[in-house]
Design a protein around this ligand. Structure first.
Ligand code: ATP
Length: 366
């Protein structure tokens, strides 16, 4: 496609409330020109409200939304040059595939010949050239969504907004369409913002994740950084899996910190944490940073095997700690890997260099 100039999307201090309660509070982020960012967070955290404000479908109480040099806040929705794709496709049921794609062009009074050329180009782009004359109900869910994408792209928008675009599709099809979407986005180089509550989808599509919770931003980072270096307990628990231990900071040394777990055992971390002695904290570790050993050792917690489940290339163990708490461990699985019997006693060795420690929720610094 020619003529597309990618623009940076910049959202600053966006705040909105429906009635009294704040739905979005001082949200700021940028999506660099030509990149994909994902707005990610649990249901009700305000993702769709941010998207609707950018699209011009709600008027935020305050904040600015810029696309390149254009202040979108002063433009009506139809003049913002934004393509949108929703979860429910929203195709016109009585129009053919070609007519659906041509519709926004007709609204813009694009001439018949140019319209036809553009529809052909879009159908080829989403690989549906043979389906032009079909009605939406004669297509699969995945094909309907590709038509919705083609229709959004037909008027050459400067920004593409996707709201849970693959939410209605099954897992395998979702993956196919995500790959397809990445190919399209790379081909067109269009600045794209996708809203999803599916962390895998966000991680596979976006170069940057904007993590939201209760109307606020918790962290903005690359998918790898939010997984490896979560800044809050919420992010740590929302992205991937995390075992959690309530603990007190017992000793702070130059290059080590000893945490006393609620269960009475100690964990020694090979770095000095930025807490005071006696602080209530929550330590977390990913299942892949817990390994099973058969003898007591430093940073190894006595446990009983609840169940061990092979999940593709991994063997996942659900362990029960001496104090009744649960702990999940995950190890790479080979043909020779022994599966421990349920009820057997093991020691769960925690890689404390990979643990994260956060203020306990409810403490003054949390
Ligand atoms: N039209 C509305 N009127 C009143 N409250 C609303 C309206 N739309 C959303 N809300 C409220 O605003 C908050 C944020 O909603 P929003 O739809 O932006 O969240 P979301 O993160 O997109 O959720 P989901 O993933 O479930 O779609 C929620 O508490 C929701 O109940």
């Amino acid at each position: 496609m020619s003529g597309l100039i990618a623009n940076t999307l910049s959202v600053q201090g966006l705040t909105h409330s429906y009635g009294g309660a704040a739905a979005v509070d001082e949200v700021s982020f940028t999506v660099p020109a030509g990149e994909i960012a994902a707005l990610l967070g649990p249901s009700g955290c305000g993702k769709s409200t941010v998207l609707r404000a950018i699209a011009g479908l709600v008027s935020p109480r305050s904040g600015s939304i810029m696309l390149g040099d254009a202040d979108l806040g002063h433009l009506p929705a139809r003049e913002r040059g934004i393509g949108m794709v929703f979860q429910n496709y929203a195709l016109f049921p009585h129009l053919t595939v070609a007519e659906n794609i041509a519709y926004p062009l007709a609204c813009q009074h694009v001439g018949r010949t140019e319209r036809r050329e553009r529809v052909t180009e879009m159908l080829e782009l989403v690989r549906l050239a043979d389906y032009a004359k079909r009605l939406p109900r004669e297509l699969s869910g995945g094909q309907q969504q590709r038509v919705a994408v083609a229709r959004a792209l037909a008027p050459s928008p400067s920004l593409l907004l996707l709201d849970e675009p693959f939410g209605a599709l099954d897992r395998a099809l979702r993956f196919d369409l995500q790959v397809e979407m990445l190919r399209l986005q790379k081909t067109l180089g269009i600045t794209t913002l996708i809203v999803t509550h599916d962390q895998e989808e966000a991680q596979s599509l976006a170069s940057s994740l904007v993590l939201m919770n209760k109307g606020r931003i918790e962290q903005i980072d690359t998918p790898m950084a939010v997984y490896d270096r979560p800044q809050t307990l919420f992010v740590n628990r929302f992205i991937g899996q995390a075992n959690q231990f309530e603990a007190i900071v017992e000793t702070l040394e130059t290059n080590a910190t000893i945490l006393r777990l609620r269960s009475g055992e100690a964990l020694s971390l090979p770095r000095r944490l930025d807490f005071v002695t006696g602080a209530a904290v929550v330590a977390t570790c990913r299942p892949e940073h817990v390994s099973l050993v058969d003898a007591p050792a430093a940073n190894a917690l006595a446990a009983t095997v609840g169940v061990s489940v092979p999940l593709g290339p991994s063997l996942v163990h659900d362990l029960i700690l001496a104090n009744g708490g649960e702990l999940r461990a995950s190890q790479a699985r080979g043909p020779e890997t022994l599966v421990p019997a349920a009820g057997s006693t093991v020691f769960a060795s925690i890689d404390t260099a990979r643990c994260h420690v956060f203020p306990a929720p409810g403490t003054p610094s949390a």
